[in-house]
Every structure is written in structure tokens, then in C-alpha cells.
Design a protein around this ligand. Structure first.
Ligand code: AMP
Length: 296
């Protein structure tokens, strides 16, 4: 079978990719691997999961452990949060941004406190579960605060009199405001990243590039839609005017004289504005379909 976990990665010629086993990054990371075309079967207790169609083993571990495993060569590559790489101070190569697990490390103070901006943290007691990255990001701005490391319920720290402010990860901001806090500044924007060990990336370049291509093909495709429509050939210039397509659209003749089909890949975010504009430009029978893979 595959390399037992925690032996040095790559001993059997296979690539080991550490993937968050649970938590916020777990399900989307595993889904990305599956959509990228890796074939594997997860069981309740499996820690090391071999892929049947590629020389890749997935090691399911806590996301906060992944930066160090990658740095130390326990695994070749890992998927984890950019903030966790920063928190671990790990010396790894960031190969790709993966477009999920987006959040920001932000400072917040009680609603009635006067502070504004990250600089206002100077001299305050700041509770955080991310002390190493907070210290470093504040130092980058020349701010020195008194950090109070906590492991959970950071938002409660000001109310409990443990701290004057907090630094915590935010995605919607609802937890912060539900706890009577006001956001005063962003220290770091994070998302899930693919990271590799310096030596592993060099030594296994071909396989790393291949995995990167497969994962990024899915990440890029998620932001795209494929739009197909029929139109009169005479309306093509007006349709092209509103179509922010990647390169030129595909134009195909229909069996009916003077009629064409136009196909284009567009940004998913643009579809809301695009459809009425296409209709106004003369398009009919408009179809919008998801894109599975996009390799530029
Ligand atoms: P976990 O503790 O296993 O749920 O994973 C936490 C990681 O998920 C963080 O380190 C971030 O990289 C990411 N994340 C994304 N959004 C949030 C959020 N709103 N709060 C905390 N972590 C988040």
C-alpha cells in the first residue's frame, strides 16, 4: 500500500497532498480534489487515502498542522488557509490561490469604544487566537499591542474584561456584531491555498505542475459560465458589444439562412447584467451552462 503517514513523503514515488480533514476548509478542499479528477474513497477512519487513478495520496489532517508538515517534508503539498501558513511562520512555497475559505483577519472593539483603524490598537490589550500573525502584522504597521492569546470565544474577551479589543477571522461579520463589537480595520485577507515544500516542489516538479493544473482548472471554471444563444447574423455586432467573452466568441451558422449561434465563456458574476443586455441586442434561446474545467 501507500507510505505510512509521518514517514517522509515521496518514499514510494507517490505525491502526498495534505488536505484538511474537517472544519471550514475540510469539505470544500475534498470536493475540489474530487472535481479536479482525483478518484478516491473516504472512510470514517482513514488518515491516508490513496487515489486510484493518479500517483497521489491524500493525508487527512488538521488544517493548522499542514503548514509545518509541508515545511518539514512530512508531505509534499498541502491545502490550507493562507492565514494558517502565516500563523505557523512556515517556510513553504505558495503555488496557487484556491478561491474558497475566504476570510479576513480583522480588529474589533466594543461598540461604544472610540477607536478607529488598526493603529488604534497601540498599547491596548488584544485577545486573539492568532497571536503570531497578529504580532507580525501589527509590527509591519509599527503598532505594538499587548496580546492576550485565547483559544476560543475570542469575541467574549472584551465583555469578560480580558481585553480591550480582539483580532479574529471574519467572513460575514455577523458573529462580531452579535457580540456587541465594531470592526475597525483589516490586517490580512486570507483564502485556501495550495502550498508545497521547497525541496518537494523542485524534486517532483512534473507531478506538482500536473496537480496544480488540474486544481486550477476547476478553480477557474467555477468563476465562469458558458453562454449559448441564437440570433440573426445582422445582430452579431450588437451582441459582441455586450459580450465580455474570453477571446472572440464562437459563431456557428444555423440551418436557417441568416441565423447564427453564438457561444462564449463569461464571468459568472456578469451573468445577471448580461442576459437582459443580450436579449436587447437580439439574442434568443439563451442557454447558460456551468463550466467543468477551464485550462487557459
Ligand atoms: P477550522 O478551524 O478547521 O474550521 O478552520 C479554520 C480556517 O478556516 C481558518 O484558519 C481560515 O483559514 C478558514 N476560515 C474561513 N472563514 C473563516 C471564518 N469566518 N472564521 C474562521 N475561519 C475561517
Amino acid at each position: 500500500m501507500s507510505t505510512p503517514p509521518f514517514e517522509r513523503a515521496g518514499a514510494n514515488g507517490r505525491l502526498t497532498l495534505a488536505v484538511p480533514s474537517k472544519g471550514r476548509l475540510g469539505e470544500p478542499a475534498i470536493r475540489l480534489c474530487a472535481e479536479a479528477g482525483l478518484s478516491f474513497e473516504l472512510t470514517e477512519r482513514s488518515l491516508l487515502v490513496p487515489c486510484s487513478n493518479a500517483p497521489v495520496d491524500l493525508l487527512l489532517v488538521r488544517p493548522s498542522d499542514i503548514p509545518e508538515y509541508v515545511q518539514d517534508g512530512v508531505v509534499d503539498l498541502g491545502i490550507t488557509g493562507a492565514n494558517l501558513v502565516l500563523e505557523a511562520g512556515a517556510d513553504v512555497v505558495t503555488i496557487a490561490d484556491l478561491g474558497f475559505g475566504r476570510c479576513t483577519l480583522e480588529a474589533a472593539v466594543p461598540d461604544d469604544a472610540p477607536h478607529q483603524g488598526v493603529e488604534a490598537l497601540a498599547g491596548l490589550r488584544v485577545a486573539t487566537a492568532y497571536p503570531a500573525s497578529t504580532r507580525r502584522l501589527l509590527a509591519d504597521r509599527g503598532v505594538e499591542a499587548q496580546l492576550v492569546p485565547v483559544s476560543g470565544s475570542v469575541e467574549a474577551a472584551p465583555r469578560l474584561g480580558l481585553a480591550d479589543a480582539i483580532v479574529d477571522l471574519v467572513s460575514t461579520g455577523s458573529t462580531v456584531s452579535a457580540n456587541g463589537l465594531r470592526r475597525i480595520g483589516v490586517l490580512f485577507s486570507s483564502q485556501a491555498v495550495l502550498v508545497g515544500g521547497r525541496e518537494a516542489v523542485e524534486r517532483r516538479r512534473e507531478l506538482v505542475d500536473r496537480l496544480d493544473l488540474m486544481l486550477l482548472g476547476v478553480v477557474a471554471a467555477r468563476r465562469r459560465r458558458y453562454v449559448m444563444m441564437n440570433a440573426r447574423a445582422a445582430d452579431l455586432p450588437a451582441i459582441r458589444d455586450v459580450l465580455p467573452s474570453m477571446g472572440a466568441p464562437t459563431v456557428l451558422p444555423l440551418a436557417e439562412e441568416g441565423q447564427i449561434a453564438v457561444h462564449a465563456a463569461v464571468d459568472a458574476d456578469d451573468v445577471w447584467e448580461l442576459l437582459p443586455a443580450l436579449k436587447r441586442a437580439g439574442a434568443t434561446s439563451i442557454l447558460v451552462v456551468p463550466v467543468e474545467r477551464l485550462v487557459a
